[in-house]
Design a protein. Structure first.
Length: 117
């Protein structure tokens, strides 16, 4: 049996016995924030989405959405393409290939944790 002790403050011990690792270790840490989770969920259902449409769908302010998109871009999950429509700037968002893969893995881990509940 192999064990890895997590952060001393959280008291988590990862064990690897006959059952394998607990599925929570497959969760994507970047998606622990509810707005980031909601952004990725919305983008996983479409090819791309304009910033304003996503803001309205999630019922958040421009600043909240912008901050959380920056976190997701830094983490490699989301791509923001900036362009102009006439003289107005337009930001279109989409998941990266890696972002979609990580989203699916996160959902699989959540399903494994919940089981038949």
């Amino acid at each position: 049996m192999t064990a890895r002790v997590g952060n001393a403050e959280d008291g988590i011990v990862q064990g690897k016995g006959s059952q394998g690792e607990h599925p929570r270790f497959a969760l994507e840490p970047t998606l622990s924030h509810p707005v980031r989770f909601s952004i990725v969920a919305a983008l996983a259902a479409v090819e791309s989405l304009p910033f304003g449409d996503l803001r309205d769908e999630l019922a958040v302010s421009d600043s909240v959405l912008s901050k959380q998109i920056s976190e997701l871009e830094t983490g490699g999950l989301v791509r923001a393409a900036k362009s102009f429509v006439g003289k107005r700037p337009r930001t279109t968002l989409s998941l990266t290939t890696d972002g979609l893969r990580r989203w699916k893995r996160h959902l699989e881990a959540m399903r494994a944790i919940v089981g038949d509940a």
